[in-house]
Design a protein. Structure first.
Length: 260
């Protein structure tokens, strides 16, 4: 999943839509291929036979384990691994697979692996794959004030991450995901978009996450200038949030696919 931001509609809303698409079909054995506290809480509420949740980081896996401890059964498990590793879950198969913002997040663990992700997951998908993603918003300067400030905040955040030696998330368009699903042996059966309206939480979380990264920059004058730029963006964005009742820009998407 992406860093802890308010980039999307409430998680429950997206997951409710997946439930609507899924209908009366059994969830069966469930794989949360890029787990997080939001997705695992939802998975734990479903009538699954068992579930496996995969995280790319030990600390994140521990956080997820704490979040699901009360609902976790003996057959449920949390695995730390990298999808670039061919041995990860080798030979296993799941009725339902969820890739919740995994496409964007995977760049931090397996850079340039995105074009192989759906092929990598294909042997694991028994019946249905659900992909949740964020349409990229840091490319192409928007032509309105609300979109532009979201764009500027995203580019500022990514610049801070790069200067601190970290890898920004690399989101991919929904059409890119559809094309690669179809090329990887799936049939896309449903596609939904959800318009985003960013508010105070998004603005503050994006600016605040840069502070520990700026502390790592050796050039302290540069770090101070970046910190000042972040605060200027915060003030401008919060004023626009107040006057426009949020920053309307871009969308999240859900894709449902089945093996051909």
């Amino acid at each position: 999943m992406p860093p802890s931001t308010d980039l999307r509609p409430p998680a429950s809303g997206l997951f409710r839509e997946i439930e609507r698409i899924h209908g009366d079909r059994p969830w069966g054995a469930f794989l949360d291929a890029g787990t997080g506290t939001h997705s695992i809480d939802w998975v734990g509420s479903l009538a699954t036979e068992r579930w496996t949740a995969v995280s790319g980081a030990e600390a994140h896996a521990a956080q997820t384990a704490d979040a699901i401890a009360a609902k976790r059964r003996a057959t449920d498990r949390i695995v730390v691994g990298n999808w670039a590793d061919p041995s990860l879950l080798a030979g296993e198969r799941y009725d339902t697979v969820l890739a919740d913002y995994l496409l964007g997040a995977i760049d931090g663990f397996a850079p340039y692996f995105q074009h192989r992700l759906f092929t990598r997951l294909r042997p694991l998908v028994g019946r249905r794959l659900y992909v949740v993603g964020l349409e990229p918003y840091v490319v192409g300067e928007p032509d309105n004030a609300e979109g532009r400030i979201v764009w500027e905040i995203g580019r500022f955040r990514d610049a801070c991450l790069l200067l601190a030696g970290e890898q920004p998330y690399r989101e991919y368009p929904s059409q890119w995901a559809v094309d690669h699903l179809e090329a990887s042996g799936y049939r896309v059966i449903a596609a939904k978009r959800y318009a985003n309206r960013y508010k105070e939480r998004f603005v503050n979380s994006q600016i605040d996450m840069c502070a520990p990264r700026l502390a790592k920059i050796a050039d302290r004058d540069l770090a101070k200038m970046l910190a000042a730029r972040g605060e200027a963006l915060r003030a401008e964005a919060l004023a626009l949030v107040a006057s426009a009742n949020g920053l309307r820009h871009g969308f999240d998407y859900i894709l449902a696919a089945e093996p051909v």
